[in-house]
Write a protein that binds this ligand. Structure first.
Ligand SMILES: [Zn+2]
Length: 416
């Protein structure tokens, strides 16, 4: 006896309607809808709607989300965004971080996000407050959304003598990932050695903010590739931003893309921030401030994308919806074909899951029943129209439901 049986569900790869069964939080049955399905406690007829694996947010800062109304000025430059946010951080309390994080997560779950990697800020001002809040949220939200917590030294490791001790204390709180940033410390080698050694000692993956600028000469990624190979961390390192690579010489970028693929480094594009803060100077060619997604994909790199921030000094935009970010990339990276739409959706699901090292993910027998239901006729319509996620399931449990109703004076009918 199944717990839930979804009948007549559509997928993106085929027009064939399928039945999908869930038992004890796992997907245990998938077959053509024409076949006789096992009995189930609950049966839900999807009538041709899409049933997809949950969306995965690979890079977000919950602790500094939703700060626009606290900012005295608009910010258009990275260093200034860091300064303004540093000042705001002085007044952060655990309750404040929790409340803003929960507002973001509530919205994220309604958009179909079932997994999220969040960076917890660690510095002498905020101390361990953010890290403790994220670890508590991770525990509290079990069964609703899976949070991975990154211990993230936003301002660098060596600017203040208290930082290394704080990172050790943060590591003792049980992060899922060790974070780093290539553009805040003067000595990159020391920074990478510290981050990779901490990760190696604890058997954790690494997630770095890398080369966030328009400067084609800023290619710390080369040292990140070397460190990844040196520590044998192939497949366990993710890099966010990587925008300088988009400004670099094309042939250099291709060579580096091949090296990134060989080192198994995952690249996370963060266009809501990158398009806002980058590309404001004078540039030749078609550089827009983004990592070169097509070049990376062509060379076999696992590329995904995230929100990074939601409505703060770095990014005044954001709804948490990965499909918004995917559409933005489609529009700004010349990714407009039907094949590109499939690729962009893959990046927000399987690609992001791969970057996060998720092993129980996917719409396949044996995987966790982390599923979303929405109405779209194909990949393009899903990405371009971004329909409501009507139902969101976490391990077979309904965690969000959105009713779709429209009263249109042309038809005066209720559709949906
Ligand atoms: Zn970030």
């Amino acid at each position: 006896m199944l717990d839930i049986l979804f009948t007549k569900s559509a997928g993106l790869h085929s027009n064939q309607l399928r039945d999908v069964g869930v038992k004890d939080g796992k997907i245990t049955y998938i077959a053509d809808s024409s076949e006789a399905a096992p009995e189930s406690i609950e049966v839900y007829d999807l009538a041709g709607k899409l049933l997809l694996p949950g969306l995965v947010e690979p890079h977000i800062h919950l602790d500094k989300a939703l700060l626009l109304e606290r900012m005295a000025e608009d910010v258009t430059e990275l260093r200034r965004a860091i300064e303004v946010t540093s000042r705001l951080k002085q007044s952060f309390t655990a309750e404040d971080i929790y409340e803003r994080s929960m507002r973001v997560i509530r919205q994220a779950v309604s958009k179909g996000i079932t997994h999220m990697r969040c960076h917890a800020e660690i510095d002498p001002v905020i101390g361990l407050t953010s890290m403790e809040a994220m670890v508590a949220l991770r525990q509290q939200l079990q069964g609703i959304i899976d949070l991975q917590v990154v211990a993230f030294p936003q301002d660098g490791l060596f600017h203040d003598e208290r930082m290394l001790s704080l990172m050790q204390q943060a590591a003792a709180l049980g992060p899922d990932v060790i974070g780093g940033i290539t553009y805040m410390d003067t000595d990159l080698s020391d920074h990478l050695a510290y981050v990779f050694e901490m990760a190696e000692q604890r058997g954790l993956p690494v997630d770095l903010h890398v080369d966030f600028s328009d400067n084609p000469q800023q290619l710390a990624i080369k040292q990140v590739i070397e460190a990844t190979k040196h520590y044998g961390m192939q497949g366990k390192v993710s890099v966010g931003h990587l925008t300088s690579l988009g400004a670099a010489d094309r042939e250099d970028a291709k060579r580096i893309a091949a090296d990134i693929a060989e080192a198994g480094i995952h690249v996370i594009s963060l266009p809501l921030t990158d398009l806002y803060l980058n590309g404001r100077g004078e540039f030749k060619g078609d550089y827009r401030g983004l990592t070169p997604i097509s070049t990376l994909l062509e060379h076999g790199v696992n590329v995904t994308y995230g929100s990074n921030n939601v409505q703060n000094a770095f990014t005044p935009f954001g709804t948490t919806d990965p499909l918004d970010v995917g559409l933005l990339l489609a529009q700004t990276s010349h990714l407009g074909s039907a094949k590109d739409a499939m690729q962009l959706l893959r990046m927000a699901t399987l690609g992001a899951a791969d970057a996060l090292g998720l092993t129980e993910y996917g719409l396949r027998i044996g995987a966790d029943a982390d599923l979303i239901v929405c109405a779209a006729k194909d990949a393009r319509s899903l990405l371009y129209e971004r329909p409501e996620r009507e139902r969101v399931y976490k391990r077979g449990r309904l965690v969000s439901q959105t009713e779709v109703k429209q009263h249109n004076w042309l038809s005066m009918e209720t559709v949906g």
